[in-house]
Design a protein around this ligand. Sequence first.
Ligand SMILES: *Cc1c(COP(=O)(O)O)cnc(C)c1O
Length: 388
Amino acid sequence: MIPVTKPYLPNVHEYEDYLNSIWERQWLTNNGPLVNEFELKLKRYLKIQHLLFVSNGTIALQIAIKALDLRGEIITTPFSYVATSSSIVWEGCTPVYVDIDKDTFNIDPAKIEAAITPQTSAIVATHVFGNPCDIDAIQEIADRYDLKVIYDAAHCFGTTYKNKSVFEYGDISTTSFHATKLFHTIEGGAVFTMDPELLKKMSYMRNFGHNGPESFAELGINAKNCEFHAAMGLCNLNYVDEILEKRKSLSFYYWKHLEELEATYPKLNDDLDYNYAYFPVVFESEDLMLKSLEALAAEKIYARRYFYPSLSSLPYVNKQFVPICESIANRIVCLPLYHSLTFSDLELISRVLLRVQNYYKPQQLNTSRSPILVEKEVVFEINAHKNP
Ligand SMILES: *Cc1c(COP(=O)(O)O)cnc(C)c1O
């Protein structure tokens, strides 16, 4: 079985060493020494001045929206994971969707201005699949209309833009360290800002608003993370360069083996050192994509429709017309990509996809016979021939 992703697990003895130290101290959570050490090492690794480790990437977004005191309408992308939109609604704001760029799948800055109203307070954009948005164009619009910018950078661990961590951009950036992400702490996330005042505010918010044992500076929530998750982060930090290298070589291997596949891939930003977080493939049609998924599943290979559906179709938002997003969401699949995936797994996946294309290409795509069935029929015919 080849799943779409597998969490990276470090050597269990390294994790046990941290567990033993937790048992000795009996300090499990509430800003413990491992959380502190993890935050410090993370800042050093990312070459970034400020960050706060929080319990997950969704609460990171919610804290960012709360800390900037956003109200009314927030311009956002329909092509992201549901948490980008749900956080906006959860914080009492209204998402206003702006369609995506057809090549990068990130929010299209050329369409933002038309969506701005007197109620607009911010832009919440996702760097989709770790590929940064058009950051300069978005910042220029935000400055002109006095809007805040939050980046959902959940896919961006290890990505640098103009030689800086992509987490440095926007008023606040957020990320996720969920087990499915390329770098993880089992559950976890972080908020980043270059503004020390905002950082202080969010550090209170993360811990119920406490600024002393019996005093409160802010309205807060419980967004702390704990020693056990910090320990996983400390272990995984030792391997993250290796993880990034492996993903890069797997991605290039995919591209090489899929040269004949008539599919498209997101166009990567120019000023980028990319982290190869995902391997998205956009098929020519939804039909061909579904047939490819079916053929992969028959070999116990599970690719995933990601992101699908368009967030503008969520039951709790106002429907909006975002034709480019809908077209991409209907045809895109993320192929399996994880550290222990082998090159031969990858050759198998590529062969299946090319087989599906070669079968359907000369014909109408609407034929009801799948290549899996056809192969079985051929085998059946041969067997029938052998045993009349
Ligand atoms: C994973 C993800 C999140 C949510 O992060 P959690 O840590 O799972 O809460 C938010 N946005 C995007 C784009 C993601 O991929």
